[in-house]
Design a protein around this ligand. Sequence first.
Ligand SMILES: [Fe+2]
Length: 496
Amino acid sequence: MINIVVVDDEQYICNIIAEALDEFKDCKITKFNEPEHAIKFIENNSIDLVLTDLVMGNHSGEKILEMTLINHPDTVVILMTGYPTVRTAISVLRKGGYDYLLKPFKLEDLKATIRRGLEHQRIKRENVELRAQIELMKVNDALARGIKLQPLINLIVDSAVRVVPAQSASILLRDKKSGGFDLQHQSQIEVDKEISAFLRGSYLENGINPKDKQPYLVNDEIQPNGRLLKRSMIAFPLISRGEIIGILNLVCIDHFSHLSTGQLRLISLLAASAAAAVESNFQERNLKKSYMLTIKALANAIEARDVCTAGHTDRVFRIAITIARRMGWGASQMAKLKSGCILHDIGKIGVPDAILNKPGQLDEEEMKVMKMHPELGVKILSGIPFMEPALPYIIAHHEKYDGTGYPYGLRGENIPIEGRLLSVVDTFDAIMSDRPYRPGGGVEKALNELIRFKGTQFDPDIVDVFISAYNAGSISRAIVYGNGKNGQKRMVLNPV
Ligand SMILES: [Fe+2]
């Protein structure tokens, strides 16, 4: 249905125009002789085209033009006048009027102008719809690629503000503990400083009915620096499993409140994408947590079996993170470090107790079995995507810098950096710890061992970083040796 409003203070002109437009299919024509009534109607209804006289007593058709475009930016407005001037024509077109008809006009010319206007509007709306679909595709593509929650929220908010006539969009998520909503991201289009300051704090946290969970609209007024402006805020609930888990907010200064059906649908879809992302992130975190707990339990089980390694993975992690920081590792590498350290000896689960806890040196056959633990570890964890970051630590922590290590005999920088780092830290901790057949070697011995095998067993750069970290006191702060399980003494390392 096409909604057309005709405004002219001459009743007979309204009637003639309405009759002439009778031939337009699916068209509803509403006539007004009083411009004020027309403005009220336009403010509260969805309108496709307005045909208005330019001069109506004290009232100006330009006011109707402005009010129409404020409330419905894509409505076609055609002005009619019997007193044409170039100045008025330019002013009308500058303010967004579609065309300008000189009275008296032929009804055929009027119909042709309206047809052109409606076609222009159809193309414009299709473009908006297309732009909206592109934004939605971007969001869905990001969701499918498993993008992290925060970047996805940013993308949804930025998309929302691009495709609807709003000046600000934001997403708030419910904090499960407090039950309140926390702002996650807010995006604004370019506005002047005073309005921008108002937009920053403009969003709805309450008001959505938890029963019907419908979008909620608030219209009010603000006065930045004495200017009275209308503000519209609309809150779309993000719903997951029947619960409101967040809010997508849109804010508009000085117009709005009449989002088209297409725009409402788009925002609902963006809100649904945001809700799906939050839900999937929650499930992923739960799954990851549960994987980590299972693996930690496995690692604990190994430590419980292996009398030599009580507390080993924990100490290794605390030293490794200190060294990695000094080596300038990025956030992504640092995030993988913990699982790598915890799981590096997970393959020992497949090594018999008799070998694992043999009170003495292993013979050749036993050593062969022991040397299988990196590959066994990879086998245990392969196919579990969350555990993949740990694989370089597991497979490469017994490789040696000169190529004499195992399982592959990799050399130098062909050994993953994770393996080279862990090799240094793992050895340091092994020398420091008591064994059934010997007591712990002490700091001096452990450090000398690193220096002695620098460049043969160990990456020389990593040994240098280790020594400087130790000299700076970073390692003594990071770890405490001996948790009493094996009668070890509690000892804090001191810098050499
Ligand atoms: Fe190992």
